[in-house]
Design a protein around this ligand. Structure first.
Ligand SMILES: [Zn+2]
Length: 187
């Protein structure tokens, strides 16, 4: 369910903190439009570090695999990336459907290696918020249905204080892909 305990602004602040600690960069240079790779100099391995810091900060599990990998796994080799290493039309359509703001300008024939540079501080913030919005109606431990946060980043049960259990980033992607497939929007 959509949670309202942690605001977008707070998530962005934590994202900036994670980026600053990982890349040793200046926090005030980071805007929502900053590309982590192009503007902030992140490399692939840095994403593991940034994701880990966000996981610790919010008690969540970020996606380990990018959506393109999930598409290939669910719909077969070549379904997302063709033999020339370019995004398929299906992959472009799915990226736009799911992450419109980030990939709105994407067209066919994009090299898969160019995709990670489109990841921005804003799109990572959205990714965290989506996971936080998988907050269950009821606490898995005691069945209580009131949530609270004492530190502003970890949501815990208002009755038993156990941490909320969120859906993982990977599971959110695969269940979204399954729903698209069921509705036959693309495949
Ligand atoms: Zn509880």
């Amino acid at each position: 369910m959509k949670q309202n305990l942690i605001a977008e602004e707070k998530v962005f602040e934590e994202l900036k903190k994670a980026v600053v600690e990982t890349l040793r960069t200046e926090g005030n240079a980071i805007t929502r439009d900053s590309s982590l790779i192009k503007d902030l100099g992140a490399e692939s391995l840095d994403f593991l570090d940034i994701n880990y810091r966000l996981e610790q900060a919010f008690g969540i599990k970020m996606a380990r695999h990018f959506i393109l990998e999930h598409i290939e796994e669910m719909f077969g080799e070549g379904s997302a990336i063709d033999e020339n290493g370019q995004l398929t039309e299906k992959a472009v359509a799915l990226l736009k459907m799911r992450y419109g703001d980030t990939y709105g300008d994407l067209a066919g024939g994009v090299d898969v290696d160019d995709v990670p540079s489109m990841i921005t501080a804003g799109s990572m913030t959205e990714g965290v918020l989506e996971i936080l919005d998988s907050l269950p109606e009821k606490c898995a431990h005691c069945g209580g249905s009131s949530w609270k946060t004492d530190d502003g980043t970890h949501i815990v049960c208002g009755a038993c204080n156990e941490p909320a259990i969120f859906t993982s980033g990977d599971d959110l992607i695969t269940s979204w892909l399954s729903s698209v497939q069921e509705e036959k929007k693309i495949f």
